[in-house]
Design a protein around this ligand. Structure first.
Ligand code: FAD
Ligand code: NAG
Ligand code: NAG
Ligand code: NAG
Ligand code: NAG
Ligand code: NAG
Length: 678
């Protein structure tokens, strides 16, 4: 009987699937495929945060075919851990199979340690495994970026207004629940947030008294609170939004928002487990304007290399590590690097992989008797399986400016930084354009950001470990810049990551003073009420020298590397122009966290969603000859893709939607199954 029921249901679904107008859609749920066509208009390299935004947006034009190639898997096998916000602490996916598990070259500035550098290797990229903080850069920082573009064509496309609109476009904001609002005086300005975007920004459904105390203690440590940090004035102490869907308490990330939420599109394929090894150029295209005709990739770790043809463009979205690495393996990059690695130079571009900037951080740790998320979870009571409790992620934040840090000493500090610029040129920046770019970024940071209200140090409250409370201090605008480069011609080898951490003593000074401030904030009332002592670095660390010695051994990445395919003029070692086009290539763009030429005083998700939305508008406008429509992809709520407000074909002809597709394995199974049953 039960068997019959299953058979009837199975047959029923086969019939549904076989209905001419419906079945291709059902079979193509989420657009994740096993087999791809020979060619596509757009091939997107990397299905991470930015790549899945580009895939969703470009495939809104039904007359364009779009392919995403992602090196990592789908993540379906660990979806529960991706989805559960608290698992970012209790069951972390860093060091798992979905982490690239990079590490840096030995860093002289931090006792020659090789620091771990996690990056997501999965659909969704790092947005599948990150800390979910959602906040924005400052208008002053975007202006500084634009200032470096030196009147390049279309530099205006990267104004604050344009990027702000694009960040909002990616977002659906939901205020805190009444329950949370009662416990923590979270303030916000709804008009600085988006309402129709694919990514949810909200607040966890569970909180702790220390989060409320953060906002009360900050003024007692001389840090003003702010009620609106999302509209361009991103400084002060506040409770940040998190990338969480408040209807399910799950992580909202680029896969849930921009892929799962989509209806099936016959013009859009996403292929996981497809590592891109290089771009293939038309040998007859003119040097100085090489045309990519195919993308080479491997699905078996480098055993076999396959190619997919490109009809219009390649868009690199491999992130700060992946995008410059693919360019260099393709023969596009600094000549000295490619020569040493044994890769033929097809298009010399000195800036590829250069201008690397990252946030460096380290926490001050106190013991506490108060409950923390870590202690509640460790107690293994009913909360430890409650979705609301498991939605708690850290989000109490403060961005502190240089005048709070140095008082009257700011201008002396600034003068010193500008005077010592030539002493700290990044390693191997022998190319004069790269050096000029370094100086331009450095000067812009020192002249227009350092003395502004923008935060130089970020302070974060962490409650995710049992028995302790942490306040992390993180350097936001490093004056030490590094680089990423390849060391072999094997595209499966990892590149060398050399962030050049703390080479410039200005960075030590900033971080050291930030740590003193972290200690001061932790000791401020009422946050200090439940603390039972500082255990790291502990009271024995007091003098500047003691702080420096300690932080050298303790600092780690805050996971925000950027700028390795910097948008800058060619004369400043730029990699892409203001249309995101790689110099010297006819049809290759980059759109991810590697593009902004300066480090932001913010976590990088929101700006990267904005860059990818903006990139999609530019590309669609270019090929359609008209500005992009306001079509939005509704927020996704479940893997089955029941997103609201989804609009698939608007503006398109819809013709490709009904195009016949190769029968998939499912179709064959259904047909065989149906025959057996009949
Ligand atoms: C542990 C961690 C915590 C973080 N916490 C936060 C946070 O709380 N808030 C925040 O805003 N930001 C955070 N970040 C940073 C944020 O996640 C990244 O800045 C953001 O995801 C960058 O987006 P992206 O598209 O440039 O790169 P990614 O999201 O990393 O995507 C790049 C994708 O390209 C793929 N790829 C790379 N090379 C190839 C290749 N050769 N072929 C095919 N595919 C390739 C990768 O596998 C990956 O899927 C964190 C990052 C990490 C790692
Ligand atoms: C958001 O969506 C609603 C309803 O779908 C629509 O009325 C509104 O104009 C949209 N707003 C924006 C900014 O796109
Ligand atoms: C720096 O921050 C302090 C404290 O929040 C504030 O009082 C001061 O006005 C800020 N300075 C600048 C230049 O914005
Ligand atoms: C480069 O090539 C593309 C097409 O191959 C062409 O459209 C473009 O005009 C060329 N650019 C230059 C500067 O020659
Ligand atoms: C493709 O579709 C867009 C609308 O989505 C339209 O503006 C454009 O003209 C079309 N392009 C071609 C070549 O048909
Ligand atoms: C898509 C988009 O906004 N493109 C703009 C880029 O900048 C040029 C020049 O300012 C505008 O004409 C485009 O509309």
């Amino acid at each position: 009987m039960r068997c019959d029921l299953v058979a009837v249901l199975a047959l029923g679904s086969c019939v549904t699937l076989a209905a001419p107008s419906a079945w291709p859609y059902t079979l193509r749920a989420r657009n994740i495929v096993d087999q791809i066509a020979d060619s596509y208009d757009f091939v997107i390299v990397g299905g991470g945060l930015a790549g899945l935004v580009l895939g969703a947006r470009l495939s809104e034009d039904a007359n364009h075919t779009v392919l995403v190639l992602e090196s990592g898997g789908t993540g379906d096998d660990v979806r529960d851990r991706i989805d559960t916000p608290g698992d970012t602490y209790y069951n972390t996916l860093t060091k798992s199979a979905i982490d690239w598990n990079f590490q840096t070259a030995p860093q002289p500035g931090v006792n020659n340690r090789q620091l771990v550098w996690p990056r997501g290797k999965v659909l969704g990229g790092s947005s599948a495994m990150n800390g979910m903080y959602m906040n924005r850069p400052a208008e002053i920082e975007i202006d500084a970026w634009k200032g470096l573009l030196d009147n390049m064509d279309n530099a205006n496309n990267w104004s604050w207004d344009a990027l702000y609109a694009a960040m909002k476009k990616s977002e659906t904001f939901t205020p805190p629940t009444d329950d949370i609002a009662q416990q923590v005086a979270i303030t916000f300005n709804p008009s600085s947030h988006g309402t129709n975007g694919s990514i949810h920004q909200s607040y966890p459904g569970y909180t702790f008294p220390q989060v409320a105390q953060w906002l009360q203690a900050a003024p007692n440590a001389g840090i003003a609170t702010s009620s609106d940090t999302y509209g361009g004035q991103n400084w002060g102490a506040y409770i940040a939004t998190s990338a969480i869907d408040p209807t399910t308490w799950k992580r909202s990330y680029s896969r849930s928002g921009y892929l799962d939420a989509l209806p099936p599109r016959s013009n859009y394929d996403v292929l996981a487990n497809a590592h891109v090894s290089r771009l293939v150029f038309d040998p007859s295209s003119p040097s100085g304007n090489l045309s990519a005709t195919a993308v080479e990739y491997t699905r078996d770790g480098g055993g076999t290399f396959l190619q997919v043809k490109v009809k219009k463009e390649v868009i690199l979205a491999g992130g700060t590590v992946g995008s410059p690495t693919v360019l260099m393996h393709s023969g596009v990059g600094p000549k000295d690097v490619l020569d040493a690695a044994g890769v033929a130079v097809l298009s010399e571009l000195p800036g590829v992989g250069q201008h690397l900037q990252d946030h460096l951080s380290v926490p001050v740790v106190w013991t506490t008797n108060a409950d923390t998320a870590g202690s509640v979870f460790a107690a293994n009571g009913p909360e430890s399986t409650d979705p609301k409790f498991l939605s708690y992620v850290n989000s109490a934040t403060a961005y502190v400016n240089a005048s709070r840090i140095f008082g009257d000493g700011v201008s002396t500090f600034q003068t010193g930084i500008l005077q010592q610029m030539n002493n700290y040129l990044p390693p191997a920046s022998s190319d004069p354009t790269v050096t000029a770019g370094y100086k331009a970024i450095y000067s812009a940071t020192a002249n227009s950001i350092l003395t502004s209200p923008v935060g130089q140090i970020e302070l974060l409250l962490a409650l995710n470990s049992a028995g302790v409370m942490l306040i992390t201090a993180a350097l936001q605008h490093p004056f030490s810049h590094g680089r990423i480069y390849i060391a072999s011609n094997n595209p499966m080898d990892y590149p060398v990551i050399d962030p050049n951490y703390l080479a410039n003593p200005a960075d030590y000074t900033l971080l050291r003073e930030g740590l003193k401030l972290a200690r001061q904030l932790g000791n401020a009332a009422p946050l200090n009420s439940a603390l039972t002592g500082e255990n790291n670095p502990g009271p024995s660390v007091q003098t500047d020298q003691e702080w420096e010695d300690w932080l050298r051994g303790g600092v780690g990445t805050e996971f925000h590397p950027s700028s390795t395919c910097a948008m800058l003029p060619l004369s400043l070692g730029g990699v892409v122009d203001a249309n995101l086009r790689v110099y010297g290539l006819a049809n290759v763009r980059v759109a991810d966290a590697s593009v902004p030429p300066i480090s932001f005083s913010a976590h990088l998700m929101s700006s990267t969603y904005g860059i990818a939305e903006r990139a999609s508008e530019l590309v669609r406008a270019f090929y359609n000859g008209v500005p992009a429509t306001t079509t939005t992809t509704g927020p996704g709520t479940s893997p089955s893709g029941t997103g609201t407000g989804t609009s698939d074909t608007s503006g398109g002809t819809g013709a490709a939607e009904s195009a016949w597709r190769r029968p998939s394995r499912w179709t064959i199974l259904c047909v065989v199954g149906a025959l057996l049953l009949l």
